[in-house]
Design a protein around this ligand. Structure first.
Ligand code: 1GP
Length: 247
């Protein structure tokens, strides 16, 4: 478990980590390579590749292979379906969308994808993926019954169940491009219930939001849309500094 140990050692040095999401459907190969190198320079701890709308497996495999050469930080797959399992990455958020209404996203896609995870030598990071709110691609594609933003206790109950099931990662997902991120209060409530690695993403694009989520107990924040929409690396560097020292 190289990647999991790496993330833990990063957390000993930093209060929380930045993961940058590259959607291989949005950013093509050349821009992804440059982006990955730029975000490594400013201190990102991992690159996630995937997302619920990234369904072109061939393009994704190219992007992963292309990025890999230029960076030292791990590439972690973030699959929205079995098409999100590709070679050459270091690890995969092996996720169950626990609050989906469709068993396909809870256990079936996992069973269909598992043999490829083994074949490609990807380190599986057992993750409870919880979709918060509604109206986003992750919510729609994953047939999620979104946990209401103002019901932190429900999210905490899912996180506790995830822990009892042996999952070491929980990902609170407001959805890519969400109008607002998950609330710090929800993060705080989940943090009390869950001892593992807590990832928070969706709608994070400013320093204050990022540091409030870290103060509430997030171990890693995922940022994607901010860069896709032309946000500067300089601003991301400021956000990263705030994330790494805010607890
Ligand atoms: C989406 O949580 C990630 O799956 C990142 O969200 O694109 O809103 O940064 P954004």
């Amino acid at each position: 478990n190289k990647v999991e140990s790496f993330l833990k050692s990063e957390l000993e040095k930093k209060n929380a980590l930045l993961f940058v999401l590259i959607d291989s459907e949005e950013s093509k190969l050349e821009s992804s390579q440059k982006l990955a190198q730029d975000v490594e320079k400013i201190g990102a701890s991992a690159i996630l590749v995937g997302g619920s709308s990234a369904t072109d497996q061939i393009e994704m495999a190219k992007v992963v292979k292309g990025i890999k050469k230029g960076i030292k930080i791990p590439i972690i797959l973030f699959p929205g379906n079995i098409t999100g399992v590709v070679p050459d990455a270091d690890a995969i958020l092996f996720s169950s969308l626990m609050n989906s209404e469709n068993p396909y996203f809870i256990t079936q896609a996992q069973a269909l994808g598992a043999p490829s995870v083994l074949k490609f030598g990807l380190e599986p990071l057992p993750t409870a993926y919880l979709v918060i709110g509604d109206g986003t691609s992750a919510w729609f594609v994953g047939s999620a019954r979104g946990i209401p933003f103002e019901k932190p206790k429900i999210a905490a109950a899912y996180a506790l169940a995830a822990q009892f099931l042996g999952m070491r990662f929980v990902y609170l997902e407001a959805g890519s491009g969400a109008k607002s991120s998950v609330t710090p209060e929800m993060v705080k409530t989940v943090r009390k219930a869950f001892n593992g690695f807590l990832i928070v993403g969706g709608g994070i694009r400013d320093t204050k939001t990022a540091s409030d989520l870290v103060k509430a107990g997030a171990d890693a924040l995922v940022i994607g849309t901010f860069l896709e929409k032309g946000g500067s690396i300089k601003k991301l560097a400021e956000i990263t500094k705030a994330i790494q020292r805010s607890k």
